[in-house]
Ligand binder design. Sequence first.
Ligand SMILES: Cc1ncc(C[n+]2csc(CCOP(=O)(O)OP(=O)(O)O)c2C)c(N)n1
Ligand code: SF4
Length: 265
Amino acid sequence: MNLEDIIKPENCVFKKTELLNDKPLSFCPGCGHGVVHRITMECVEELGIMEDTIGIAPVGCAVLAYEFMEIDMQEAAHGRAPAVATGIKRVWPKKYVFTYQGDGDLAAIGTAETMHCCNRGENILIIFINNGIYGMTGGQMAPTTLEGSKTATCPYGRDTSTMGYPLKITELVAQLPGVRYVTRQSVHTPAAVRKAKAAIKKALMLQAEGKQGTCFIEICTNCNSGWKMSPVQANKWMEENTFKYYVPGDIKDEFKLLKNPIAND
Ligand SMILES: Cc1ncc(C[n+]2csc(CCOP(=O)(O)OP(=O)(O)O)c2C)c(N)n1
Ligand code: SF4
């Protein structure tokens, strides 16, 4: 097929959602952030809720989410996205509100905001990107860093006797009665991307149906730059190490009977 044939509309096999604009993403090649940006915007577009969705951007590598997502966005101070989302949802209860946060943002500086937002059962979706490190600031240890993993601030590996254990904040928030749907996903293979997208879509649909309670979706991704690996190596490492501790799958689902919008493999 020559180039002219390839660009014919009838030969188009994939079209990027228009809710992700054409600005070059600021992420390292192979980073999961870009994929999660795309599937989040695909869900918003497919549900036809672009005029009514408000995203809250974090501090971290995804700080510029508002530059790429063509919907209403609000930047929050580091870790404060759930508090900002709470205010927005309470003022506009009919809007679809989500936060997008890294593990440093959500599980370190923003622990209080995360726990109390979830404990209040705010009717929002929290998208939690767990890459086990502080990516933006140069690869320091995060609460989620696995035992033995080397980072800029634990160059000999995380020692749990002095640095504590990797924090399973997703399992913690699942204990809270106001939290109704909790799942851990990833985006390192096409099948995983489909499942993660189905989870995001389901959570947004719950808001659409007026179902009350917080939805919390952890998405494990690599930070290939921070981990000092190639993207392929990083994804393999994640499968062999991260998933043993942060086991993928649903953790809590009070809405099991709701039809899943995209069939899981
Ligand atoms: C109040 C405040 N403290 C510290 C920082 C520095 N800071 C910026 S991003 C970041 C960590 C981000 O890590 P994470 O949330 O895991 O996101 P990632 O970059 O890995 O996607 C830190 C500590 C800041 N910007 N503001
Ligand atoms: S530093 Fe890590 S989290 Fe940040 S864009 Fe690069 S790979 Fe992604």
